[in-house]
Each structure stands twice: as structure tokens, then as C-alpha cells.
Design a protein around this ligand. Structure first.
Ligand code: BES
Ligand code: MN
Ligand code: ZN
Length: 502
């Protein structure tokens, strides 16, 4: 789908989308086309009781006196209240409504509604971004799909004043969307295709964008003492890997240019059977996306490198497959992490924290970043508390939690902060080791975070984001078809842009 921005003016063919505001008033373009077709659009709106609510749709097919295929009236809600997320939703809704109708060309007339506050070019860019995000498809394994079921839109034209500025803004958004799509693809791949080594190979492709990629295998990780991560992978025939991706985009500034300002760490369990503490069969297929944290970090690195972010960042992902076999880790085993701390593995299904423990230690030892943010599909308990609306944030620094909150509201990748009281530590005390890897049923997401905190050095500003409820969606959303969501890429790209870049 080719997306372009042009000056207002009514197209002669294809599908024309025009806006209607809350209360039912038509936009200037809507009024103009309505005149051409003798008032049929206004009549259709009336018959359909069109109120102009955000996303509301009315269609006129084969409008007489034109060569258009259809005219679609879409509600914007109150135009002065249309924020950038609303504009994205609008674009996604238009795409969703039309893609099933087989048009080739869709023109969206987005008029200036008031001279004051509204930045029409920015809204126009976000309409395009919403359509782009909604157009994602993971269809590589569908060999028998009929042609008329496939999306047909070849060209999407946004007709708007300041099209040049809109295009410029969209070009940046498009780069971030490229990162989101990489994450969605990674999360969607089945575990027979995406396993630690093949995942690492995909990361290698980022070198084309100027990212330095380094892959460690088990021998090297063993030398570094990563007993926690290696214990998880030891029941799998697939070799565990750790991938480091570095983007050194900070310009000039001498010695400072060498240092890593921020690090992102991801849980990459390419399949989580639970190990010897095996999971029930029903729904286990979902555990192919237990690498959602690593997927988000990889997509984020792509986004940052694509838009040449003015910052030095490192992404580190721990890639393992959690399988039960004769070599597998047993409940009760004690492992020694890279930090030197010992862990009693009560439940082999609480494996993500074991992987992250070593990835976090490695990241801090190797790169000494001031700030570390990790993402993980860590606990089922976060689904109990937050459902599929927000990820949980657990931080040792309120300012960082606030920044994540703000970036979340802006991008729609929303978060909610959780407490980190010292008292929760009681629940992960072990009889025989420094800690155990489960804290019982109560406050399960918090005790998991408290476990991770033990691998954070005093001087590191840190946040853990539990994305178990967000990495995958069972339902279509305006800017995301059901499946892998790419959650986290936009959140962290925005965080970097607003607080760390430059
Ligand atoms: N990968 C799961 C968490 C998960 C659950 C992610 C549902 C996505 C959807 C994690 O490894 C896990 O199994 N956690 C256990 C921890 C428990 C054994 C302490 C859980 O949440 O049940
Ligand atoms: Mn598990
Ligand atoms: Zn897991």
C-alpha cells in the first residue's frame, strides 16, 4: 500500500472518504461532494442516523454523476477533541472498513477544521499511520487464500492542506511502524521456525541499518557463569543464545559519545512448555509468544536505527526454549547466576526471571548504562490484575515510572505502576539458597519483579515492564489486527524521543 499526501481536491475514481463531525455536521469536502451528487450523502447520513461519533461510518455506493466506486462518510467525534491517537484510530477504522470491499485506490479528504489549535498536518500523518498499522498481516503460511480475500488497497491518498508537512511527519512514524511490524512478525512466528538461533539470525539483519549485533552461544555464556539462563535451556535441543544489539547514534560530544545511556533487556523464551513443571495442554500454543519482550527490544532497535535516533542504546535479549527432557532442570535444583547469587528453582515454569537475571547482570557489567528497562511476558498474574489494557510497570525510580506512564498515554502502549515494597521480598526467601524463583500465588507479578530487582545494581535506574497481557491480542483493534501487537516498540521509542535523545 502506497501512502501519499496531496492537496485537497475531489478525486474522480476509487473510493472517497470524507469526514462528518460530532452532531452530524459535514466537513467542507463532504459538503462539496454532496453537492455533486445532489444531496445523496446528506440523505444517507440522515437515514443512517449518523451522529459523527469517532469511527461511525455511512456509505453511498456508485454515486450518480461521478465515476467513484463509493463515498464513505466517517465520524471524527468533536474535531477539536481529535487527539493523535484518535486520528490513528480513524485511519485504522477506515482501512478496516474498506479493505474487505476490494478497492484499489482510497482517497481520504481531511479538511482543516479550525485555524486555531488543531495541527491538521500532524493529525493527517497519524490517520495515515493508523491505516498503515492496521494493514499489517501475517499471512506467509496461508497458501490457499482466495484472491478476493486478500487486501486490495494499493494506494492510500490523504488529501489535506500542508501535505508536505504531513508527509514529513508520516515518514518518521513509518520508520517506527517498521519496528512494530518486525516485532509483530517475530511474535507471530511458530516455535518450530523461530528458536534461539533463527531469532539471532533475524537480529543480524539489523546490521544493515548500522546496528552492531553480537551473538553469544552456550559455551561463552557458561564461561561468564550464566547458570540461571542456561538452566532454563538445558532441556532443549536448541542452543540458547544471547544477542546484543548496539545503536550508537549519538552525535559528537567526545567521550560521552562512547557511553551507553540506556539499555533495553528482553525475555526471549521462544517456547515455554513450563519445563518439568509442565503447563496444561489447553492454550499452550500461546507460549510461542513468550519471546514478546525480546521481540519488542528487537523491533525497538530497528525503529531507533531506522530513524537514526540521536542516542547510544543497547538491546540485550536472552533466547532460550523451555522444554522438558532427560537433561531438563528439575524443581528443587539450585543454580548459580552470573551475579554470584544462588537460586532455588521451585517451579521450572517461572523461567523468565531466570533468563532475565543473567541478561540484566550481563547488560550492567558489560555496558554500565545509567538506565535499564526490561520487558517480559513474565506472569499470568499480570493478566489477572490488568487484563489486556495495560502492562505493569515495576520501577526503583518514580521519575522513570512517570515517564513510562506519559509515553504510554501518548502512544497507546499504556502502562500502570505497581508497588515494590521491601516486605514482598519475604515471599522469595529460600531455605537453602539466596532466593527461590517463585513467591506463591499472591502478588505474583510483584514478587517476580522483586526477584528481578535483586539483579539490579544500586546505581542503576531500572524499570521492569510485564507485558504478558499485551504482547498478543485475541481481538481486532482499530490499529492492530488480532495476533502479535508489537506492544512496547512505540512506548519505548517515545520514551527515548521525549526524555533521552540528543
Ligand atoms: N510465560 C509465562 C507467563 C505468561 C502467562 C505469559 C500467560 C503470557 C500469558 C511464565 O513463564 C510463567 O509460566 N509464569 C508462571 C509463574 C509461576 C509459576 C510462578 C505463571 O504466571 O503462572
Ligand atoms: Mn513459564
Ligand atoms: Zn514464560
Amino acid at each position: 500500500m502506497k501512502i501519499s499526501f496531496t492537496k485537497p481536491g475531489l478525486p474522480e475514481t476509487g473510493v472517497l472518504v470524507v469526514m462528518g463531525y460530532e452532531g452530524g455536521e459535514l466537513s467542507e469536502s463532504a459538503k462539496a461532494i454532496d453537492k455533486v451528487i445532489n444531496g445523496s450523502l446528506a440523505r444517507a447520513a440522515k437515514i443512517a442516523k449518523f451522529k459523527g461519533k469517532l469511527g461511525e461510518l455511512v456509505s453511498v455506493l456508485a454515486p450518480q454523476g461521478t465515476k467513484l466506486e463509493r463515498i464513505v462518510l466517517i465520524g471524527t467525534g468533536k474535531p477539536e477533541k481529535l487527539d493523535l491517537l484518535g486520528a490513528e484510530k480513524l485511519g485504522g477504522t477506515i482501512y478496516m472498513a474498506l479493505s474487505a470491499k476490494q478497492p484499489r485506490t482510497v482517497s481520504i479528504a481531511f479538511d482543516q477544521f479550525d485555524e486555531g489549535e488543531s495541527r491538521v498536518w500532524e493529525q493527517a500523518a497519524h490517520i495515515a499511520n493508523g491505516a498503515l498499522l492496521r494493514s499489517f498481516r501475517f499471512d506467509k503460511y496461508r497458501t490457499k487464500e482466495e484472491a478476493d480475500k486478500k487486501p486490495s488497497i494499493r494506494a492510500l491518498k490523504i488529501l489535506t492542506p500542508s501535505g508536505g508537512r504531513a508527509r514529513k511527519a508520516f515518514e518518521q512514524l513509518e520508520k517506527v511502524a517498521g519496528g512494530v511490524f518486525l516485532t509483530r512478525n517475530l511474535v507471530s512466528e511458530p516455535a518450530n521456525i523461530l528458536y534461539p538461533e533463527s531469532f539471532a539470525n533475524i537480529c543480524q539483519e539489523l546490521t544493515e541499518l548500522g546496528v552492531e549485533v553480537d551473538v553469544m552461544g552456550e559455551a561463552e555464556m557458561k564461561k561468564l557463569g550464566m547458570g540461571a539462563l542456561l538452566g532454563v535451556g538445558q532441556g532443549s535441543d536448541r542452543e540458547s543464545k544471547m544477542v546484543t544489539m548496539r545503536w550508537n547514534g549519538q552525535q559528537g560530544k567526545g567521550r560521552k559519545a562512547q557511553s551507553t545511556q540506556i539499555a533495553f533487556v528482553g525475555k526471549g523464551v521462544t517456547f515455554d512448555t513450563g519445563g518439568i513443571s509442565i503447563k496444561p495442554a489447553a492454550g499452550m500454543e500461546d507460549m510461542k509468544w513468550d519471546m514478546g519482550g525480546a521481540g519488542a527490544v528487537t523491533g525497538l532497535m530497528k525503529a531507533l536505527a531506522s530513524r537514526k535516533a540521536n542516542i547510544n542504546v543497547v538491546g540485550v535479549i536472552g533466547l532460550v526454549e523451555n522444554m522438558p527432557d532427560g537433561q531438563a532442570q528439575r524443581p528443587g535444583d539450585v543454580v548459580t547466576s552470573m551475579s554470584g547469587q544462588t537460586i532455588e528453582v521451585i517451579n521450572t515454569d517461572a523461567e523468565g526471571r531466570l533468563v532475565l537475571a543473567d541478561a540484566l547482570t550481563y547488560t550492567q557489567k558489560e555496558f554500565a548504562p545509567k538506565t535499564v528497562i526490561n520487558l517480559a511476558t513474565l506472569t499470568g498474574a499480570i493478566l489477572v490484575s490488568l487484563g489486556n489494557e495495560r502492562a505493569g510497570v515495576f520501577a526503583n525510580d518514580d521519575e522513570l515510572a512517570d515517564r513510562l506512564k506519559a509515553a504510554g498515554e501518548k502512544t497507546g502502549d499504556k502502562v500502570w505502576p505497581f508497588p515494590m515494597d521491601a516486605a514482598y521480598d519475604e515471599q522469595i526467601k529460600s531455605q537453602i539458597a539466596d532466593m527461590k524463583n517463585t513467591g506463591g500465588r499472591f502478588g505474583g507479578s510483584i514478587t517476580a519483579a522483586k526477584f528481578l530487582e535483586r539483579f539490579i545494581e544500586k546505581e542503576t535506574t531500572w524499570a521492569h515492564i510485564d507485558i504478558a497481557g499485551m504482547a498478543w491480542s485475541q481481538a481486532d483493534k482499530p490499529t492492530c489486527p488480532k495476533g502479535g501487537t508489537g506492544y512496547g516498540v512505540r512506548l519505548l521509542d517515545q520514551l527515548v524521543a521525549d526524555y533521552y535523545e540528543g
